[in-house]
Structures are given as structure tokens and as C-alpha cells.
Design a binder for this molecule. Structure first.
Ligand code: 4NP
Length: 163
């Protein structure tokens, strides 16, 4: 990563093929639009390693493409060094957050874990529902929630005091 990088965010879901790669793709688009993509870096990972190496789910990619997001990341599981390498680790639902807490190697690491929907400003969501076993409307809902959350996250980052 560039020396200029000041803040790193990891998005986490269960399989790292639907929700978290979408969060990464939306946030990367927003950061590029704002000229912040060199100072803030984003990545995504899954609790499971089952889909390791795969591109995001084809349904997720198709729904994302309709809104202009090109999802190109490859699935990988969360690693223990992610807790050193990232400043903020955002889960999509209770299960992700519980699993991340189990993986966190220290109290300091635990304090980096958050819930992405806490950044929503318009949609009153407590979690991002897993779309994997559902239909098209589930993927659209994930897009709606994550666009809202990423807009809120961008505002949070822009208002963060400089070190
Ligand atoms: P994601 O969705 O956590 O949003 O990537 C899922 C993808 C795959 C599985 C579950 C959820 N799976 O059981 O394989």
C-alpha cells in the first residue's frame, strides 16, 4: 500500500462474494470520485474460505453493474493480520460481527470492529441481509443499504480529524 495511505477499511461478510465485495466496490467508486483513493484504502474478506479465489457472485456483479459498480475483487478469508493492517473492520450482520470478535487477537483489535449499517443515514437498517439464497429483490436491497451506508461512511471519513 502507498505510504500516503492514512486509513484502511476492511468490509466483511460470510462468503466474500456478495455483500462485502459490493461494499468495497461502492466505496472505491466514492473514494475515486472524491480524489481520496490514495489516502483511504478499502478491501473485503469473508468469514468462510469456501469461495476463496472466486470473483463476486454473478448475480451480485450484474445488479452492481446496473448502478455503475464494477466488482473485480477475489474472495479471501479474514486473516489474523487484518487486525493489524486495517483501522476499521466492518461486518454486515450480527453473525459476522460475532465471528470477527472471536477472531480478534486482542482488545485493541476488537475495538476496530464495527457494523456497516451504523453509517446509514436514510434507510433504517440494522444489518445487511444475506442475498445468496434469495431472488433479485434481495440483491437490490443490499445495493440500497450499502449505497446509503457508504455515503455515511464517506461523510464520517471526510469529517475525521487529521492526525
Ligand atoms: P455473502 O453471501 O456473505 O454476502 O458473500 C454468501 C455467499 C455464500 C454463502 C453464504 C453467503 N455460502 O454459504 O456459500
Amino acid at each position: 500500500m502507498s505510504e500516503k495511505t492514512k486509513y484502511r477499511i476492511l468490509f466483511v461478510c460470510l462468503g466474500n462474494i456478495c455483500r462485502s465485495p459490493l461494499a468495497e466496490g461502492i466505496m472505491q467508486t466514492y473514494l475515486e470520485r472524491e480524489g481520496l483513493n490514495n489516502t483511504i484504502k478499502v478491501d473485503s474478506a469473508g468469514i468462510l474460505s469456501y469461495h476463496q479465489g472466486e470473483l463476486p457472485d454473478s448475480r451480485m456483479r450484474a445488479h452492481a453493474a446496473k448502478r455503475g459498480y464494477n466488482l473485480v475483487s477475489r474472495s479471501r478469508p479474514v486473516r489474523s493480520d487484518d487486525f493489524d493492517n486495517f483501522d476499521l473492520i466492518l461486518g454486515m450482520d450480527d453473525r459476522n460481527i460475532d465471528d470477527l470478535k472471536d477472531l480478534a487477537p486482542s482488545i485493541e483489535a476488537m475495538q476496530k470492529i464495527g457494523r456497516i449499517t451504523d453509517f446509514c443515514q436514510r434507510i433504517p437498517a440494522d444489518y445487511v441481509p444475506d442475498p445468496y439464497f434469495g431472488g433479485a429483490s434481495g440483491f437490490e436491497k443490499v445495493l440500497d443499504i450499502l449505497e446509503d451506508a457508504c455515503e455515511g461512511l464517506l461523510e464520517y471519513l471526510k469529517n475525521m480529524p487529521e492526525e
